[in-house]
Write a protein that binds this ligand. Sequence first.
Ligand code: SF4
Ligand code: SF4
Length: 460
Amino acid sequence: MTVIAIDQNLCTGCQECVKICPNLAIEGVPHQAQKINEDKCVMCGQCVQKCKSYVSAAEHGLAAYAEARAARGLPEWITEPLFAAHNVTHIEEVKKALADPGVFTMVQSAPAVRAAIAEDFGAPLGDLAAGRLAAALRKLGFDKVFDTNFAADVTIMEEGSELIHRVTNKGVLPMFTSCCPAWVRYLELNYPSLRQHLSTCKSPQQMEGALFKTYGAKILNVPIEKIFSVSVMPCTAKQFECSRPEMVDSGARDVDVVLTTRELVWLIKDAGLDFINLPDEKFDLPMGDYSGAAEIFGVTGGVMEAALRTGYELITGKAIPAVDITAVRGIDGFRTADIAVGDLTIKVGVVTGLKNVKPVMDALAEGKLDLHFVEVMTCPVGCVTGGGQPKLIDESDFEQAYKQRISATYNHDLELPVRKSHENPSVKKLYADYLKKPLGDLSHKLLHTTYCGDKKVAHH
Ligand code: SF4
Ligand code: SF4
């Protein structure tokens, strides 16, 4: 399947995207249109963020604009400028499902979406819009407005338990996080023999999707075949992830369609909603309930910190002395820390940006990587800077946007009443009523997977 493409009529061959591509997937000669080698592309969308060549009706005329729009199969109500490097959209499928009274639509949105979406409506950088996001999704007509953050808390329960199991049973270490689909694909393409180091946990998006069509179907009494599962993600690789052959454990496709943050903005504008002034609403319970630990999944080091907050308490049985684990925060490409957990010292690493993962993987292949747990995120400072986020045109805005989106995320963590995944009351209820225990039979069936590790993407 094609997720990222370059419009051959719009590309000037400036090769700015070539410089940023983490897996040398963009091919061509300077000053001529570039092409993406789909067998190498990890779908991170960083080329989409970088590309400055566009067509707009105002500058290039309606005919030129309409031609580019039609070539991409975009609906006529889209009027935004269209850039040469772009992600393929599924927006019409979502509109169709929303308009069909026979379809029960469930939506989730990732933590990073709320840290940036308001920018596309003119808000200052770092205006965190959780309540307005929930309100907008409800006004668009989704039957249930749930939240990926709920599954981020579930991920911590499963991944934390997996780490403890690996450490205490001489399992394969270090364990690498598996929530970033571009990273998973990068590892499959470049280091297939090391894939047993990946956590078997699905990403929060895929866990939430699998729970929508099982737990959600059960508690809401909706037949699985009526449920249409939509994700709003800061990430272009998530559409690839939800289409992977492994992601059908609910008995159907766990997530039917992914929209990027930018595509949700299109839908909100099309509906004429005044996003900035929408009164705050809450996400629906139970699968919209979340802790501060889940919220920080959107920034580099966040998954690690969330795992340590819970791991510490599960291992020692005591409250963690400081909830903010600043040793794993920061924006360096690779950083390590030794974290004391009772009598154990857990050695952790955090990688941000795939260009920084190569030396780490080379050290691992040579048996020189002395760590227990490594978090890897593909995008510059984590998902808040994902390929599907609002596009920054002015280079001078990048640094400020990254900083503001990160601080908005940590501030939201601070203001939430629950800041540890294992204390989320709806997660406790999920385990009590349905899953029974982390790493139990049902968890293994729905929430874990074995990545097939093929060298090539299935083109379908
Ligand atoms: S999506 Fe990422 S990996 Fe694919 S071509 Fe663009 S920058 Fe390269
Ligand atoms: S896709 Fe955009 S950034 Fe890449 S070469 Fe073409 S115009 Fe330049």
